[in-house]
Design a protein around this ligand. Structure first.
Ligand code: NIG
Ligand code: FE
Length: 384
């Protein structure tokens, strides 16, 4: 059956009032009060919630094409990071970049996502690793949402890597946590993230950041179990995290913990693909325990230089065996959940009128195409 698993309504109508959805159902049952409203004809296309990219690093300086070449020559992501490349090389480029330059480059990335029908983009800091640059990144992120019709959700990722010349513990206590407090005081932080990994921070260090986030009333999320399992997913679940992201090395017990805490597993197939990973996230366990799964680009210059959420959906299906219906839920309903946004990501009365109209006849086409963008119109807050 066409559209099974999507809640698809054939010959549907959606009534909008201001920024909100007022009614949705069969066109034949449209309440008379909307009969005289201005109409946009869907022309046989498919309407979905506008897409949500719930994990990106689109604010960054420089590029790391040389590391791409090094990996093709046999070096691993971890080896490159331990040799002084990786995240800290983007830190140098981001520290050097002027605010306007960072903003201009990030705007081109945001425009590419908007062109795919995206209405919400999460943007992380984490390439500053000092107070000044972490604040600069988050201010750029906020500016993106002022310059473009898109909702930007900012995430403080001070605990992303240990900067050159510092010890991890000292960095967390003397730089990262004070930077978090300063960024929060400026209203720049919607959530707090960390990178829990052998090449970054352990659960005790991340726990200190999360304790401060909790004290400030900020939700947390975590890059967890990407390259190994060191307990990040369980830590995230213990803190009631919005999401645990990557999670290739998560176990059945981790999936159980995420389900119990109501956290979303954010799948990032672009990083899995770029780093030639072979260990896949435990999709069957997530399904079994009822863990919501989101899909995002992880757009960053190192592990996922990927500017297409539609491609991430395709990869989530092809590489991780998500169904196209799961991939679409993962870039709408469950992506909203991963950001703590209750008022969008589904087409229902009262929800925000962020919609995408596609030139397709089956919603599975969104995941099936490779490098194809069938967007016809994006509606943002009720406005085309
Ligand atoms: O989500 N895993 C850590 N952080 C990023 C990579 C950042 C980078 O390599 O610059 C990620 O994959
Ligand atoms: Fe990331």
């Amino acid at each position: 059956m066409l559209g099974a698993g999507y809640g698809l309504i054939e010959r549907a109508a959606i009534a909008l009032e201001g920024e909100r959805i007022a009614w949705v159902g069969e066109e034949a049952e449209l309440p008379v009060e909307f009969a005289g409203a201005e109409r946009v004809d869907g022309q046989g296309g498919v309407v979905t919630p506008a897409l949500i990219d719930c994990h990106t690093h689109v604010v960054h300086g420089g590029q790391r094409a040389r590391e791409f070449e090094m990996r093709l020559e046999g070096a691993s992501y971890e080896q490159i990071a331990r040799a002084g490349g990786g995240i800290v090389s983007t830190v140098a480029a981001t520290r050097d970049a002027e605010f306007d330059d960072l903003l201009a480059r990030a705007l081109t990335r945001v425009d590419a996502l908007i062109a795919e029908g995206i209405a919400v983009i999460e943007v992380k800091s984490g390439y500053g690793l000092d107070l000044e640059t972490e604040l600069k990144m988050l201010r750029v992120a906020r500016a993106l949402g002022e310059d473009r019709p898109v909702r930007i959700v900012t995430t403080f990722l001070g605990a992303h890597a240990v900067p050159k010349g510092m010890q991890a513990d000292a960095y967390i206590d003397e730089v990262c946590i004070p930077a978090l407090e300063a960024a929060h005081a400026e209203g720049l932080v919607d959530a707090v993230d960390g990178f829990c990994e052998g090449i970054a921070f352990d659960t005790v260090q991340i726990g200190r950041v999360f304790d401060r986030a909790r004290a400030l009333g900020l939700p947390v999320k975590l890059h967890a179990e990407q390259l190994s399992n060191i307990g990040g997913t369980k830590l995230a679940a213990d803190y009631g995290a919005l999401s645990a992201d990557h999670v290739e090395y998560a176990t059945d017990a981790d999936a159980h913990a995420l389900a119990a805490s109501g956290s979303v597993a954010v799948l990032l197939p672009g990083a899995f693909y770029t780093l030639h990973e072979t260990r896949k996230p435990p999709i069957a366990a997530f399904r079994k325990h009822g863990v919501p799964m989101a899909v995002a680009t992880d757009w960053n210059p190192g592990s996922s230089p990927m500017g297409s959420l539609l491609l991430a959906m395709n990869m989530a299906c092809t590489l991780f065996a998500l169904t196209p219906a799961e991939a679409l839920a993962g870039t709408t309903r469950d992506a909203a959940r991963a950001l703590g946004l209750e008022d969008r990501g589904v087409i229902a009365p009262g929800k925000r009128a962020d919609l995408a109209i596609w030139d397709i006849s089956d919603p599975a086409e969104l995941s099936y195409g490779i490098g194809i963008n069938p967007l016809r119109t994006r509606i943002y807050g009720g406005r085309p």
